[in-house]
Design a protein around this ligand. Structure first.
Ligand SMILES: *[C@@H]1O[C@H](CO)[C@@H](O)[C@H](O)[C@H]1NC(C)=O
Ligand SMILES: *[C@@H]1O[C@H](CO)[C@@H](O)[C@H](O)[C@H]1NC(C)=O
Ligand SMILES: *[C@@H]1O[C@H](CO)[C@@H](O)[C@H](O)[C@H]1NC(C)=O
Ligand SMILES: *[C@@H]1O[C@H](CO)[C@@H](O)[C@H](O)[C@H]1NC(C)=O
Ligand SMILES: *[C@@H]1O[C@H](CO)[C@@H](O)[C@H](O)[C@H]1NC(C)=O
Ligand SMILES: *[C@@H]1O[C@H](CO)[C@@H](O)[C@H](O)[C@H]1NC(C)=O
Ligand SMILES: *[C@@H]1O[C@H](CO)[C@@H](O)[C@H](O)[C@H]1NC(C)=O
Ligand SMILES: *[C@@H]1O[C@H](CO)[C@@H](O)[C@H](O)[C@H]1NC(C)=O
Ligand SMILES: *[C@@H]1O[C@H](CO)[C@@H](O)[C@H](O)[C@H]1NC(C)=O
Ligand SMILES: *[C@@H]1O[C@H](CO)[C@@H](O)[C@H](O)[C@H]1NC(C)=O
Length: 421
């Protein structure tokens, strides 16, 4: 059969040329400046390459302009300033864009690292911040703001200072094969080293490996159609939705699926939290096929979130709550860490910020729901053991929920019911 190639060939002939910018490196100098000077010539149809065998000094924040068809390739190592004061100085400036590396919009934008074990790391020198609990003017790592069709792949982050990847206002993002290592080598805790946030629509996260000290993934308000799968989270605060509804905010989260993930030595495996007094709703959220290894509390849902180190729950019976609807926790298998006296590293107050009054530490699930605002929330196929061998417990207040939640809704032993089998 004869095919006409005139269409595609004609198109190829007029296609714009692709340009490549190799970021220059100067010994003992800030490499951001030369990059920022050149960038206006590479905002479309371009590759911006941090080349291999080079350690770049990213001594001041990088704010990329909106891009169209641009990839940023991290083949060399990138290092933050080792001076805490230098970093803080930049974060404190009025024009700080919200992250050390910011993408500020555009279409078809790729951030790509590599899989070489020796190169392609972004080193935040976070350990020294964690060791002195320095929490003033900490930068976020990477911000993808208002990007459509974004890719973040093969990135390798080493000891970030705090939060890693933010995605607010972006849509259609594929975020995969990334490694975040925020594990502390001392007794100090890597506070707020959240792995990823999902703050937009149409996100697929897969094959990510995160060792950190806060949420592995945090799905925030405005998120819709988010899938997270085939990943590993260690030391973190889990696969979270929230916090929603702070200060009466109208939250909206819809159609979220977390599946096929190992949660190793985390505080929670799955967590939902909204603040008392919130508005809006979180609808259709599923956590499925989650393996948990020595996790303190596999499933935790609270519509009354309050940092317990900041005092007791606010007393409120008349304000609104963020509604929750159609939540499913399916096929959770693993071991609860109920070792007596065990304290998760982020607990530095008495009571801990995550303290739940009346909890025994043996709970497989805690539902802390608000009356008339939670519908169809179910735990199915939860197969849990405790490290101590003690029976698994649950907490749930039956006067706050009318559906069969999959276990006997009371504070006591975990006993599956019809909906839970
Ligand atoms: C999107 O950008 C990539 C580079 O990251 C490029 O190879 C590809 O052709 C672009 N897609 C379109 C449709 O232009
Ligand atoms: C931000 O302001 C500082 C001076 O306060 C300047 O040196 C720096 O280049 C500015 N950065 C950006 C991204 O505009
Ligand atoms: C988002 O990006 C589009 C173009 O890609 C631009 O028109 C719009 O102003 C941007 N919005 C914000 C809030 O930055
Ligand atoms: C690149 O950075 C990582 C993390 O800091 C480090 O382990 C590795 O040795 C560095 N590579 C080279 C070739 O220096
Ligand atoms: C959900 O997001 C994924 C990943 O971006 C996309 O492929 C899919 O088409 C979206 N689904 C809907 C219903 O929009
Ligand atoms: C619930 O969310 C899942 C996962 O995002 C999606 O596939 C499904 O279509 C949603 N269901 C409804 C009724 O919207
Ligand atoms: C469950 O998740 C694990 C990874 O944690 C994966 O290996 C396994 O294939 C998944 N099972 C199903 C039925 O998808
Ligand atoms: C869980 O984490 C511990 C501590 O980092 C590690 O030794 C162990 O290999 C991990 N388990 C799995 C299954 O990855
Ligand atoms: C509570 O919700 C109602 C109905 O959505 C709304 O009109 C009202 O403003 C909300 N109250 C507060 C304090 O947010
Ligand atoms: C259960 O919830 C109801 C309604 O909020 C409340 O009045 C009651 O004190 C709760 N019971 C327990 C044991 O927490």
């Amino acid at each position: 059969m004869l095919l006409s190639f005139s269409g595609p060939l004609a198109y190829a002939a007029i296609a714009v040329a692709w340009s490549t910018f190799v970021v220059p490196h100067t010994k003992d100098a800030d490499d951001t400046l030369a990059l920022m000077a050149a960038i206006p010539d590479y905002t479309s149809d371009a590759s911006i390459v941090f080349e291999a065998d080079t350690t770049y000094n990213i001594w001041s924040p990088i704010t990329f302009p909106p891009f169209t068809n641009v990839e940023v390739v991290i083949s060399g190592n990138l290092t933050y300033p080792t001076s805490i004061k230098t970093v803080q100085g930049h974060v404190a400036t009025a024009n700080y864009s919200g992250a050390w590396f910011s993408f500020t919009g555009g279409h078809n934008v790729t951030l790509r690292g590599n899989t070489d074990p020796d190169w392609g790391w972004v080193d935040g020198h976070g350990q020294q911040w964690w060791d002195i609990m320095q929490q003033t003017n900490r930068p976020s790592g990477w911000l993808f703001k208002n990007v459509t069709n974004g890719i973040i792949r093969d990135m390798k982050i080493y000891k970030p200072i705090a939060w890693n990847f933010g995605t607010i206002g972006s849509s259609n993002m594929h975020i995969f094969n990334n490694i975040i290592l925020a594990n502390s080598e001392s007794a100090s805790f890597p506070f707020n080293t959240d792995g990823f946030s999902a703050g937009g629509t149409d996100f697929l996260f897969e094959n990510n490996h995160v060792v950190n000290g806060d949420d592995c993934l945090a799905v925030g308000s405005g998120a819709k159609n988010v899938t997270w799968r085939d990943s590993y989270c260690e030391g973190s605060h889990g696969l979270s939705v929230g916090s929603l509804g702070a200060g009466g905010q109208v939250a909206s989260v819809e159609n979220v699926l977390f599946e096929n993930t190992i949660m190793n030595r985390t505080l929670y495996a799955a967590r939902f939290k909204s603040w008392t007094g919130g508005n809006g709703a979180a609808i259709n959220i599923t956590w499925k096929n989650i393996t948990f290894i020595d996790v303190m509390l596999p499933i935790f849902v609270t519509q009354n979130y309050q940092d317990q180190s900041g005092g007791p729950y606010p007393s409120s019976s008349s304000v609104n709550e963020t509604r929750i609807e159609n939540f499913l926790f399916d096929n959770f298998v693993g071991v609860i860490n109920d070792t007596p006296g065990y304290v998760e590293g982020s607990c530095i107050t008495d009571p801990c910020w995550y303290h739940v009054s009346g909890a025994t530490g043996k709970e497989g699930v805690i539902f802390d729901l608000y009356p008339k605002t939670a519908t169809n929330i179910v735990v199915k196929n939860l197969v849990a053991h405790t490290l101590s061998g003690a029976p698994v417990a649950a907490m749930c207040n039956s006067s706050t929920i009318s559906n069969d939640v999959g276990f006997v809704c009371s504070d006591g032993p975990y006993v599956p019911t019809q909906a839970g089998l």
